[in-house]
Unconditional design. Structure first.
Length: 133
């Protein structure tokens, strides 16, 4: 639209221009240290007492003389905790006969006993320290 001029000197102009001011914001980030964390790991060994059962097996060997004539060989046998192993020998007589000379008896006994030992266990101790910069 064209400007119209007023003929009167005290009359206000028909159009007035007003300048507009605009502010602009600029945002920036900066890395700034505000503190520090120090982690130290110290390896060490600690001794601990442990207790555990230890089973021990003992064997008694007993030789029992028999000296009895038998007709045939027979295998070893088990009677409870005792294993019986027959020992044979042939003897010459007018006739040959089989004689059971002895039996070897092996008896197992089992005992359990608590045993205490000291063992070394490795461990690490961690220490975290924070400090301001």
């Amino acid at each position: 639209m064209p400007h119209s001029k007023s003929t009167r000197p005290d009359a206000p102009p028909a159009h007035v221009r007003v300048p507009v001011v605009e502010e602009q914001l600029k945002i920036a980030k900066h890395v700034r240290p505000v503190g520090r964390v120090v982690v130290t790991i110290k390896p060490g060994v600690r001794t601990k007492n442990i207790q555990m059962p230890v089973t021990r097996q003992e064997v008694d060997v007993e030789r029992v003389p028999i000296n009895r004539v038998v007709e045939k060989l027979f295998p070893q046998r088990q009677e409870g905790d005792t294993t019986i192993i027959p020992v044979f020998e042939e003897e010459l007589v007018v006739t040959r006969q089989l004689v059971l000379k002895e039996e070897i008896r092996i008896t197992r006994r089992q005992t359990t006993q608590e045993v205490r030992r000291r063992v070394d266990l490795r461990a690490e101790e961690v220490n975290v320290t924070r400090s301001a910069v």
